[in-house]
Structure formats: C-alpha cells, structure tokens
Design a binder for this molecule. Structure first.
Ligand code: HEM
Length: 463
C-alpha cells in the first residue's frame, strides 16, 4: 500500500514523466552493444553531447546519467532515502559479498555500519600505519635493480596482506597472487554477464561458469579460514585484539539472532575485497602516471627526501607531504578506482526538473565528472600542482567524489588514503619505476577501473 507521501508524489509526478535527452540506439537493445565495447567512451560521449542530465537507452530500460555536482548531491546526499543500490551491483556482487556493508540496505546496513565504524576512525588507522610501512618494506626485500615487475600485481598482493593483518589481525599465509587472479576472473565474469544482453544461466555447467564457481569457492575458503583462525585463538584463551573482526564477532556473540554466521562471512568477505582491491588499483595507476610524468616524479622524490631524509614514513609525517597528497588526489581524479556508481529509485523522485518513477536507475560517473573541463583545467593532463592552491575548497561538493558521498560514502576512505600515502612514501624513496615514455596503459572498466594488461615496470634503485 502506498504511504500518503508516495500517493502525493505519484499523483504529482505521473503526468510529467518524460525522459531527458539521450541517444536513440537500436530498437530494444538501445546502446547495449556500444556500452559493452566501450563503457567509458559511451558515458563520456552521452554526458558531453546531452548535458547534465541525459538518458542512455538500454535493453528496454533507460538509465539516467547525471553529470552535474548538484544533481549528484541531490541523489546521494539530499534524498538518499528514495534510492537503493539497485539490482545491477547486487546482481554482480551478491554471490561474492552477500549482504555485507557494500550491498546491504535499510536497517541491516545501518546496524552493520554503526558496528564497523569504530575500526575506521583516524585514531585506529594510526595504529595500522606501522603495519602498512612494515609490509611495504618487506615487499621490497625481494626487489632488485633491473627487475621487471607488474606493479598492478605487486600492489594487489601488498594491500591484501595489509588489509588482512590490520582488519582481521592475522597473517596472510596463502599465495596472494591467487587471490588477485580469482578476483580479476570474477570481475571479468560478472561484468561480461552484466553487459551481455545474450547470456546463459549462471547455473549451467559452461566452462566460464565452472571457472567462476572454483574462484568463488577458493575465496570463500579463505574467508572462512580467517574466521575459524580467530575462533580457535579465542578458544585457546588468546587476548582479543580490537580489530574489525573482533567488533563483528562480539556483536554476533551478544545477539546471535541479528548477526548470523552467514552475515559475519559477508562482512568479512566485503572488507577482504573492498579493503585491498581499490587501493591496489589506485597505486598501480599512480606508478604509471609518475613514470609518464618525470617532472612530477622528481618533485615527489625531492619532497620525500627533504621531509624524511631516507627514513620510513609515519602517519605524523603525512601533513608535511603536500605534494604526495596532491599526487594521490590527481591519480584518483584521472583513474578513479570506482569510476561509476549507481542508485535505483524505490519511489518516484524529481531530479533536474524531470520526474521519474520508482525503479529508475541513475548513473553517476567519477570518470566523466573528474574530466569535466568546467571544473578542471586541462582535464586530461596529470597535474598534481592543481591541488596545491586550494582547488579542493573551491570545487563544488561532488565535482570530485572518488569515495562517493552521503550516508553510503566509503567507510575506508581514511584507511585507503593513509595506506596509499605510506606505501608511496616508502617505495618512492627507494625505487624509481620505469616505463618507456609514451607507453599507453589501457583502462579496463570492470567493477573497478583496472589496467587491462597490468602495469609492467622496470625497477631502478634510487641512489
Ligand atoms: C582508493 C581506494 C578506495 C576507493 C576509490 C573507494 C571507493 C568507494 C566508493 C566510491 C564507495 C561508495 C559506493 C557507492 O556509493 O555505491 C565505497 C564504499 C565502500 N568502501 Fe571504499 N574505496 C576505497 C577503499 C576502501 C577501503 C580500504 C575499504 C575498507 C578497508 C573500503 C570499504 C568500503 C565499504 C565497506 C563501502 C560500503 C560503505 C557503505 O555502503 O556503508 N573501501 N568505496
């Protein structure tokens, strides 16, 4: 039954439903085929051609693309109660993440967010900082002058070990590379399914479905292993640490009816994946962009030398490293790991002068917004300096939103920024990462924005 509010809304809205401008596309399919081939290109072209609010015809159901900070703010900050994450992300992520923080809704989400929040306070992150630096130093022990390494893979392994140790208080003894391959395989699999108008049921025993099943089972076994390990240590009387796993397990003990074992598994899996993958992707892009911009690379090295003089960084050093901060902001501007977010309305809503019914999906793309010349001069250029003169304060909120916004803003923002800064400060003092000038690394927009064939670089020791 409709609430009085909804009845009023739908009476107001219904006669005025009409779509904002957008491409025509093919009958039925819309632009599904182009979107499958080149999602970043389609989003950019539609936004530039049709303005701040447009529609993308797709398999009989249009998506609404918004490309203005005020409209984005409207959806994720001012009226978030009218939306949920929608079937797209849930379809792609439910089997892996279940109903963890990223995908759950309503009261369940609110409770879990409240529960996990203390583990992400700045003060707690400061305690993780030492682990972040130690693990980075330990990675470099096997690195030699002239080695060729895929920095996308190296960063994935490093951030995984850091996430598991800081968030779950346990050593990661498995082969980190296998996790990276399993996550990549599942992202490709899910995104292909999401964008493919013609697909088999996921239950059919096709080779792709079976490979995906094996990857799911492997990741599941790791996460259950982490939980089991903690249970064993607790049972043997080991003093509890105060990481996020403890917070979650205590909540389960107090109120088993609300926090089932399955829920615990979903939260741990969500943090296991979200807690390392996005930061790794960002670091991979950072090394590529620095290699392609020797001036910026030199300026960063100079700043690190003058502030740290060869010693390992700590969290207290970070405010004295403004150029490092600017580099990270600029990497997240040009290659935002989360390059598009979406919401689906659960009731009718008004946006930009248009009225939309419930079950309308709205897309907001960091990739498009962060390259908008109205807000960023020379938007395609890597220019960390732009952030040194107060740009962040001058920009309208949500012209730059690598971590989203509103109540569903990334819980791991401080964790990620601290980790990225400490890893970069540690590595960039010891090594330069070389790539042939002009080398193109092609973005692969999966669930996150990957580098299609990795980021292969030659290591050069800094003297
Ligand atoms: C550079 C690194 C990262 C980027 C760019 C990033 C980006 C984002 C974005 C854009 C969202 C909002 C999604 C939406 O509105 O639909 C989000 C949510 C989330 N992120 Fe991150 N993230 C990063 C690192 C992390 C880390 C390190 C963690 C955990 C340690 C984390 C955990 C989460 C979780 C649990 C959510 C869901 C929050 C909620 O809905 O309450 N993220 N992230």
């Amino acid at each position: 039954m409709l609430t009085p509010d909804l009845q009023r809304n739908s009476r107001m809205a219904q006669p005025n439903y009409h779509l904002p401008p957008g491409p025509r596309g093919l009958p039925v399919l819309g632009v599904a085929l182009q979107l499958r081939r080149d999602p970043l290109g389609v989003l950019t072209r539609v936004a530039r051609e049709y303005g701040d609010i447009s529609h993308i015809p797709l398999l009989l159901q249009s998506r609404i693309l918004i490309n203005h900070p005020d409209l984005i703010e409207d959806v994720i900050v001012r009226q978030p109660q009218k939306f949920d994450k929608g079937p797209g992300i849930k379809g792609a992520a439910t089997r892996l993440l279940g109903e963890g923080l990223l995908t759950s809704e309503g009261e369940l989400w609110r409770r879990q967010r409240r529960l996990a929040q203390p583990a992400f306070h700045r003060q707690r992150i400061a305690e993780y900082a030492q682990t972040m630096v130690e693990q980075t130093l330990s990675l470099t022990r096997t690195w030699r002058e002239g080695n060729i390494r895929d920095m996308a893979e190296e960063m994935m392994a490093l951030t995984l070990v850091i996430a598991v140790k800081t968030l779950f208080g346990t050593e990661f003894t498995h082969e980190a590379g296998r996790v990276g391959s399993a996550v990549t395989l599942l992202m490709r699999y899910q995104v292909q399914r999401l964008r493919n108008p013609f697909k088999f049921s996921a239950k059919w025993p096709t080779p792709a479905n079976r490979r995906a099943d094996r990857a799911y089972e492997f990741l599941d076994s790791l996460v259950y292993g982490i939980i089991e390990d903690r249970r064993r240590r607790r049972a043997s009387g080991e003093a509890p640490s105060d990481d996020v796993l403890t917070l979650l397990m205590n909540a389960m003990d107090e109120d088993g009816s609300q926090m089932s074992s399955k829920q615990l598994r979903d939260e741990v899996m969500t943090l296991f994946i979200a807690g390392h993958e996005t930061t790794a992707v960002t670091l991979g892009w950072a090394w590529h962009l620095l290699a392609q911009n020797p001036g910026a690379e030199q300026r960063l090295a100079d700043e690190l030398r003058s502030v740290l003089d060869g010693r390992a960084p700590s969290m207290e050093d970070l405010p004295r490293l403004p150029y490092l901060d600017a580099v990270i902001r600029e990497v997240l501007r040009l290659y935002p790991a989360a390059y598009v977010i979406q919401r689906t309305s659960i009731e009718p809503f008004e946006l930009g002068g248009y009225y939309f019914p419930s079950n309308t999906t709205v897309l907001m793309s960091q990739w498009v917004m962060h390259r908008d010349p109205r807000y960023f001069d020379e938007p395609e250029e890597f220019r960390p300096e732009r952030w040194l003169t107060g740009l962040a304060d001058r920009l309208p909120a949500h012209a730059y939103f690598p971590f989203g916004g509103g109540p569903r803003r990334c819980i791991g923002q401080i964790f990620a920024l601290t980790e990225a800064a400490l890893v970069m400060a540690t590595l960039a003092q010891k090594f330069r990462f070389l790539e042939p000038a002009g080398k193109k690394v092609v973005p692969e927009p999966l669930i996150t924005l990957r580098a299609h064939s990795g980021v292969r670089m030659t290591l050069a020791k800094r003297s």
